[in-house]
Design a protein around this ligand. Structure first.
Ligand SMILES: Cc1cc2nc3c(=O)[nH]c(=O)nc-3n(C[C@H](O)[C@H](O)[C@H](O)COP(=O)(O)O)c2cc1C
Length: 419
């Protein structure tokens, strides 16, 4: 993947890793970013009715323009046809109408649960928690007029997917302006959020390796051969030998099907995000598969952990997740260490500049919301808590950040504490 020139990247982080966070990471040397997990149904439905979803929302998963590359779009779902259609839609960036993408996914009753209402075929829309939040007829077109979504240079639409320019309609691979395209599709077989309608998704696929392989095959077949597809997975569903065996079946199938690499989070699905990530598992995996390109995830809190994981477990690279929330300097430090230098801590002036830039980018991402300043303030409070950890008066600064209600409040904290 052009540009992915160092053995680490910024992981998908639901609720955090929008274009703003990604661009800040890139300005500090992060060579590649992944969007947060986006449900295939959310993507196919155009985000309608999913605003309160506990997983990725469309507006957080849109490429943020020229600076936001290379970018991987992570998708997650339960049905091979839906996943394949979602992958195509992500890659094509609306070369076809929304209706056509839905037709790709829902052309047969066997594809997903449909119900008949006065002779019409309706698709039930469910929030990730399972709650029915609406329905639509996949054979009827919805309003396809959308804004483009580059938070820096274009008008941003909160329910939109990027609208490729009308002149670029020829072949699939050439249909997207390069600044707005994804470079890779990542299939999420790791998310621990509960199943809906007893269907597998995310990490729950580790209990059903045959189903997982069908899903992986459908996506790989749908995405053009020149576009890499990758997989994020957990080391197992739980600690039973049967589930560990499932992991190996899926892991090996990924490469046989043609996935470029996997990222293995060395916690079980049952562990969610709690307890240690078992790096010994990654080391064993490397011994078992010396030739496979796989990256490690879990318990990467500081720059040293990146190189410790590579040295200890022999992973090809490292996914940086919670360790980079409010800490984009981890990427600068990793670059410094790769150049043979000691990692440097951010000065107060550098922190101030990043806090200002991050807020501005976040505002750009939410500028089409009804109350962009409030949406940005809510988002930036989460980051502020983490940024405050770098400040000598961290506790005072933290308290100020969590009370921020808009731009002026944010700038006041910077003016008072970051001089
Ligand atoms: C708040 C939060 C949201 C996450 N969202 C995603 C996601 O959307 N996609 C994904 O692949 N992993 C997601 N993860 C998992 C991380 O990418 C990573 O695998 C995990 O946090 C382990 O790494 P760490 O212990 O270094 O944080 C999320 C983790 C957290 C804490």
């Amino acid at each position: 993947m052009p540009g992915f020139d160092a053995p680490f990247f910024q992981a998908g982080l639901a609720g955090y890793s929008d274009a703003g966070m990604r661009i800040i990471a890139r300005r500090h040397g992060c060579p590649m970013c992944v969007t947060e997990a986006l449900l295939d149904r959310t993507l196919l439905a155009g985000g309608r009715g999913f605003d309160k979803a506990d997983l990725g929302e469309l507006h957080d998963n849109i490429p943020g323009g020229n600076e936001d590359h290379p970018l991987t779009c992570q998708i997650m779902g339960s049905e091979p046809a839906e996943m394949a259609a979602a992958a195509i839609k992500a890659m094509e960036q609306r070369k076809r109408s929304d209706r056509e993408y839905r037709m790709l996914a829902y052309q047969g009753d066997e594809v997903t649960k449909l119900h008949r209402d006065e002779g019409k075929t309706k698709q039930i829309l469910r929030a990730p928690g399972g709650e029915v939040i609406g329905e639509f007829d996949p054979t009827e077109g919805l309003d396809d007029s959308r804004d483009s979504c580059d938070p820096l240079d274009h008008t941003f639409g909160d329910d939109a997917f990027v609208d490729a320019s009308a002149s670029e309609t020829s072949s699939l691979r050439h249909s997207v302006t390069s600044s707005l395209a994804f470079q890779c599709i990542d299939v999420n077989l790791a998310c621990p959020v509960k199943k809906i309608e007893k269907k597998s998704r995310g990490g729950h696929w580790l209990t059903d390796p045959k189903g997982a392989v069908r899903l992986l095959e459908a996506v790989r077949e749908a995405v053009p051969a020149g576009v890499p597809c990758t997989v994020k997975l957990r080391r197992s569903f739980d600690d039973t030998p049967e589930m560990v065996e499932n992991f190996y079946r899926i892991f090996e199938a990924c490469y046989a099907i043609g996935y470029a690499w996997t990222t293995v989070h060395a916690r079980t699905v049952e562990q969610k995000y709690i307890g240690p990530s078992r790096w010994t598992f990654l080391k064993d995996l490397r011994e078992r598969h010396p030739d496979k390109l796989f990256l490690g995830s879990g318990d990467v809190w500081g720059v040293d952990d990146i190189f410790r994981m590579i040295a200890y477990a022999g992973v090809s690279g490292v996914s940086v997740a919670r360790g980079c929330i409010g800490n984009p300097w981890i990427f600068r430090q990793a670059r410094e260490m790769m150049a043979g230098n000691a990692p440097t801590q951010p000065t107060i002036a550098e922190q101030r500049e990043v806090l200002k830039q991050h807020f501005e980018l976040s505002l750009a991402c939410t500028r089409r919301f009804r109350q962009p300043e409030i949406a940005t303030a809510m988002m930036m409070r989460k980051f502020g808590i983490r940024f405050a950890m770098h400040h000598p008066r961290g506790e005072d600064v933290r308290r100020r950040f969590i009370a921020v209600k808009g731009t002026q409040d944010w700038m006041n904290v910077l003016a008072e504490h970051y001089v």
